[in-house]
Design a protein around this ligand. Structure first.
Ligand code: FAD
Length: 385
C-alpha cells in the first residue's frame, strides 16, 4: 500500500485511539448487531464520550472546535472495514454539517450538545418510495400555516432511521416551483412522525435502514433549516462532502477485502501449492493492489482539495464513481479467489461482497455520478441544437 502523505503525527495518535476503541467496543458486538438489524444506542454514547462525534462542533457544545476532515477519514478507515452498520460518517459529515454550518445559533444551541454526546443520532431523509435519483421529484410537502409548517409525506431507505433522534427531512414548499424544497428538523416524538419497518437488506445487516412517515406533523418555524425554498441548493452543496466521505469508507472496505484474501490465498492449497502462487492469483492481486493504490492517491488528493475549500461536485462524483466501482470489483475478485468458501456466510469475504453492493447505488448511483461528470464536460443532452 502506498504511504499516505496527508496524515501528520497527531493523526497517527488519533488512529491508535480509534483502533483500540473499535477493537474493544465495536467489533465484538458485530454479530449481535447484525442479528438485531441495528447497532446499540450505547455505542453512540461511547463514541460521544471518546470525542469522536462532530469534532468540529464548538467547545461550548462539547465539541473540540477542530474542523479537520482527516479525523473523520480515520474514523471511517478504522471502523468501516469490519463494521458496516455504524454510520458515524453519516452523523458527522453528512447530516451534522447541515446544523453546524447552515443552522441558526438557536438550532445549534438546542441540538449540537446531544449530537456531540451521542444522545441524538442524526439521519437525513431525501429518498421517497416514488423517487430517489430525481430529487426534484419528491412529493413530501410542507405547508406554511403562519406560525408553523405542516409536514405530510413519507420517506424510505433512511439510514439510522430507527435510532435517529433528529431527522433532516426534505420537503416541497412551493407547488409552483419544482426546486423549491425546504429542509425541516424533525424530532423524535413529534406527533404524526412515525417510523415504519426496519427494512431487510442484501447487506449492511446492522444498519437500521427504515421507512419514515409524516402525517400532519406540526413543525415549529424554528425547526426550518435556512431558507425554506433553498434546501435543494444546500443539499447539492453538501453532497460533495458526503460523496467524498463515502469514498473513504468504500476504499477502506475494499482494502480489507484485499487483506483477508491475501491471507486466504497463502493458506489454501490446490494442486500441491498455495493458490496465491498461481499466476492468475498473482496477477489478480497485482491488478487490485495497483488500482487500490491509485484510488488512495486520488481520494487523498480530493481530501486536500476539500480541506482547502476547492472540492468540486464533479471531483467528488469522480471519487465516488471510481471508488465504489473499484470496491465492487475487488469484492467480486476476492470472493472468486476464495472459491466455494467465499460463498459461505462464515467467511468474511461473503459479507464484504454483499455490503459493497450498495456503494454504487446510494449517495447517488454510478449513473448519476456519470451524469454530473459528463455535464461538466459540456456533454449535456439537453443542449440539443
Ligand atoms: C441501504 C440504503 C441506505 C440509504 N440511505 C439513505 C438515506 O439515509 N437517506 C436518503 O435520503 N436516501 C437513502 N438511500 C436512498 C438512495 O440514495 C437511493 O436508493 C439512490 O439515490 C437511488 O435512488 P432510487 O433507489 O430511487 O433509484 P432510481 O432513481 O429509481 O434509479 C433506478 C436506476 O435508474 C438509474 N437512473 C436514474 N436516473 C438516471 C439517469 N438520469 N440516467 C441514467 N440512469 C438513471 C439509476 O442509476 C438506477 O440504476 C439509501 C438507500 C439504500 C439502499
Amino acid at each position: 500500500m502506498i504511504t499516505r502523505r496527508i496524515y501528520e503525527e497527531e493523526h497517527s495518535i488519533f488512529r491508535e485511539t480509534v483502533r483500540r476503541w473499535a477493537e474493544k467496543e465495536v467489533f465484538p458486538h458485530g454479530e449481535k448487531w447484525r442479528e438485531d438489524g441495528i447497532v446499540s444506542r450505547d455505542i453512540w454514547r461511547s463514541a460521544g464520550e471518546q470525542g469522536f462525534l462532530c469534532m468540529y462542533a464548538d467547545e461550548k457544545y462539547g465539541g473540540l472546535g477542530v474542523d479537520d476532515f482527516r479525523y473523520d477519514m480515520i474514523l471511517s478507515e478504522e471502523i468501516a472495514p469490519r463494521e458496516q452498520g455504524l454510520f458515524i460518517p453519516l452523523h458527522n459529515r453528512i447530516v451534522g454539517p447541515y446544523i453546524h454550518k447552515s443552522g441558526s445559533d438557536a438550532q445549534r444551541d438546542r441540538f449540537m450538545p446531544g449530537v456531540v454526546s451521542g444522545e441524538t443520532v442524526l439521519a437525513i431523509a431525501m429518498t421517497e418510495p416514488g423517487t430517489g435519483s430525481d430529487l426534484a421529484g419528491i412529493k413530501t410537502r410542507a405547508e406554511d400555516k403562519g406560525d408553523h409548517w405542516l409536514l405530510n409525506g413519507s420517506k424510505t431507505y433512511i439510514s439510522n432511521g430507527l435510532l435517529a433522534g433528529l431527522v433532516v427531512v426534505a420537503a416541497r414548499t412551493n407547488p409552483e416551483k419544482s426546486h423549491a424544497i425546504g429542509l425541516f428538523l424533525v424530532e423524535d416524538g413529534m406527533p404524526g412522525f412515525q417510523r415504519g419497518r426496519k427494512l431487510k437488506k442484501l447487506g449492511l445487516h446492522s444498519q437500521d435502514t427504515a421507512e419514515l412517515f409524516f402525517e400532519d406533523v406540526k413543525i415549529p418555524k424554528e425547526n426550518v433549516l435556512g431558507d425554506p425554498e433553498q434546501g435543494f441548493k444546500l443539499m447539492m452543496t453538501n453532497l460533495a462532502e458526503e460523496r467524498l466521505m463515502g469514498s473513504v469508507g468504500f476504499l477502506a472496505h475494499a482494502e480489507h477485502g484485499f487483506a483477508i484474501t491475501m491471507e486466504y490465498i497463502q493458506e489454501r492449497r490446490a494442486f500441491g501449492r498455495a493458490i496465491g502462487t498461481f499466476q492468475n492469483s498473482r496477477f489478480k492481486m497485482a491488478e487490485m493492489r495497483t488500482k487500490l493504490d491509485a484510488a488512495w492517491a486520488f481520494v487523498d488528493h480530493c481530501a486536500m482539495e476539500h480541506m482547502n475549500g476547492d472540492l468540486t461536485a464533479e471531483m467528488a462524483a469522480e471519487a465516488k464513481l471510481f471508488v465504489s466501482e473499484l470496491e465492487g470489483f475487488v469484492a467480486d475478485e476476492c470472493l472468486q479467489l476464495h472459491g466455494g468458501a467465499g460463498y459461505m456466510a462464515e467467511y468474511e469475504i461473503s459479507r464484504v461482497f454483499a455490503d459493497a453492493r450498495i456503494s454504487r447505488i446510494y449517495a447517488g448511483s454510478s449513473e448519476i455520478m456519470k451524469e454530473i461528470i459528463g455535464r461538466k464536460l459540456g456533454l449535456d443532452d439537453r443542449k440539443r441544437n
